[in-house]
Design a protein around this ligand. Structure first.
Ligand SMILES: [Zn+2]
Length: 121
């Protein structure tokens, strides 16, 4: 299986052969699950995305939940595109580097009480 085949619509971030839809890509995929574990975000189950987000946000307990999730998903998407269009293998390390870079800008912009990327371990 080649990493840069663009007419292949199964997920490129994992080896599961799962059809690539947004639910798999951002929630079901092992690649994304490692990221949510790292961020200590435990997604609630449900069918209504708004409800899932508000339940999860409440349990997250830190400010800037929406920003953290948006930046996370943006960089998951970038890892996916880098793989599809440039044949670069997705990696947690490169995701994390990009995430921390962006979150640092956010931290600078918002100041405390943002707890900072170090709290993510
Ligand atoms: Zn996947």
């Amino acid at each position: 299986r080649h990493w840069n085949v663009t007419n292949d619509f199964t997920c490129v971030l994992c080896h599961s052969g799962t059809w690539e839809d947004w639910q798999h890509l951002f929630f079901g995929c092992q690649f994304s699950q490692r990221i949510w574990n790292y961020l200590h975000i435990q997604w609630f189950a449900g069918v209504d995305l708004k409800q899932i987000i508000s339940d999860t946000q409440r349990s997250f307990g830190h400010p800037f939940f929406v920003e953290v999730v948006a930046i996370s998903c943006w960089h998951i998407w970038k890892e996916r595109n880098r793989c599809v269009f440039e044949g670069i293998r997705p990696s947690f390390r490169s995701w994390r580097r990009d995430f921390i870079e962006d979150i640092s800008l956010l931290q600078h912009k918002f100041k405390p009480p943002w707890v900072g990327p170090s709290s993510f371990g």
